[in-house]
Design a protein around this ligand. Structure first.
Ligand SMILES: [Mg+2]
Length: 231
């Protein structure tokens, strides 16, 4: 068995409950900007279309087909287009409100804090995220877990995105860690698990929805509290 010294966590949908935080934020903005008046039948419809478009644009961003500004600035325009509405109807300030206030949401997955508390006594903890540099720091601060992490590595700042081998090499160097000492915990089968495994790291697949899959991870958990049994 390997002697782990460094634990790298993905952030979105691993510690920070992205889906729930994003939904709450969108509901608040749906009401604030009175989007129903513009011809959107319901919040559920808006939310479904936004999520579809956001996932699509993040994939395009990950494959370097669009840049950060396009992703952040145009996702509501495209969502309006997808709903059959004129993109010019997107209220001024909607995108800005979402980008500014969204990361201040603080919902974490159950047992996140106590598990980090436990792990931080035994290991050095780090974040390895494909998110935006300034945004991820805000999420960590507002959810009260920033202080647990020695290094916060974002692809945005590193210049490479998971699953690129180079970002895992970059992370090892930043933490002054050896391959035999590291383990990656994340919810992304391709970016976190296959990416880290291909770089020679051990992995923990965080699978709260108990999805069926074919990827090989060193460990698999359905809740963060299970990390205490492994590490
Ligand atoms: Mg994730």
């Amino acid at each position: 068995m390997k002697e782990y010294r460094h634990i790298f966590f993905d952030l979105d949908n691993t510690l920070w409950d992205f889906e729930s935080n994003s939904r709450d934020m969108l509901l608040e903005l749906f009401e604030k900007h009175d989007l129903q008046k513009l011809g959107i039948p319901s919040f559920e419809f808006f939310h479904e279309k936004y999520v579809e478009r956001n996932i699509m644009m993040w994939e395009q961003y990950r494959h370097n087909k669009i840049d950060k500004e396009t992703l952040r600035g145009k996702r509501f325009e495209f969502t309006f287009w997808d709903m059959g509405l004129d993109p010019e109807l997107v209220p001024a300030g909607l995108s800005h409100d979402y980008s500014m206030a969204g990361p201040k949401r603080s919902k974490l997955f159950p047992h996140a804090k106590e598990t980090l508390q436990y792990l931080s006594a035994k290991y050095k903890l780090h974040i390895l995220s494909n998110g935006f540099e300034e945004v991820q720091h805000v999420k960590l601060q507002s959810s009260g877990i920033h202080h647990f992490f020695e290094n916060i590595i974002t692809s945005d700042k590193a210049g490479y995105k998971k699953p690129d081998l180079k970002i895992f090499e970059h992370a090892l160097k930043a933490a002054s860690a050896q391959l035999s000492e590291v383990i990656m915990i994340g919810d992304g089968l391709e970016v976190d698990i296959a990416g880290a495994r291909d770089a020679g790291w051990d992995t923990v697949f965080f699978n709260p929805l108990k999805l069926q899959h074919e990827q090989k991870a060193t460990y698999e958990i359905n809740g963060l509290e299970e990390l205490k049994k492994i590490l």
